[in-house]
Design a protein around this ligand. Sequence first.
Ligand code: C5P
Length: 223
Amino acid sequence: SKAPVITVDGPGGSGKGTITQMLARRLGWHLLDSGALYRLTALAAERQGVSLEDEPSLVNVAASLDVAFEPTPPGEPAKVLMAGVDVTADIRTETCGDNASKVAVMQPVRDALLQRQRDFQKPPGLVADGRDMGTVVFPDAPVKIFLTASAEERAQRRYSQLKDAGVDVNIDALLEEIRVRDERDMNRAAAPLKPADDAQVIDSTGLSIEEVLVRVMAAAGQA
Ligand code: C5P
C-alpha cells in the first residue's frame, strides 16, 4: 500500500508551508508538516522542564508526543493539538523555531520521529514538507522539490507576516536569525538541509504564491 509522495524541502520562509498546504488541498492528499514535530518536541520539552541539552530525555519527549493535526478552512494553518490542547500559535514563535532547530541536530531525536512521519504515507497520496523529506524520510518519492528563496526575501516575508499580526519586529534582527538557523540546518551532521540528488530546485525569490504554485504543480506533473 505505497501511496505516492511529493516531497517539498527547503529553508524556513521559502513559502513551503503555504505551498504544501495549497498543493495537498488541490490534490486531495494528506499533508505532513514535519517541522511541526520538531517544534512540538521543543515546546513539550520546555513545558516538561526538560533541558535542550538533555538528549536522552529529549528522545523520550519526541517518542511520547501526543499530537493531532486538525483540518481547518482553506487559507488557515492546520490546527495543532498537543495532549488535546491547541498549541497552533505557541509552536509558531521565533523562539520555538530556534529551539526546534537545536533539538533537530540530534540524530536520536530524529530517529524517534522517523516512523511517525512515515505513517503519514497513506492513499490517495502525501505532500511532505520539511528539510529531509526527499533525502531521508521518503528517499523513494517519485517527485522531489527543493523550494528556496534568498535570505533577504525570506526575512522580508516574515517581517510582513509579523507586521500584519501586529508584532513589532526589526528586519535586520530577523535576517540575522534566518542566517543563524540556515547555518545550523545546513551544517549539521544529521540529515543536513540540502536538495536530494533527484530534486527539482525552484527559487521563489520575487515570485508570488500563485506563481510558485504553478511551478510546483508543473514540477509535480500535475499542471
Ligand atoms: O519548517 P520549520 O521552521 O517549522 O522547522 C523548524 C525546525 O525544525 C527547522 O529549522 C529544522 O531545524 C527542523 N526540521 C528538521 N527536519 C525537518 C523539518 C524541520 O530538522 N524535516
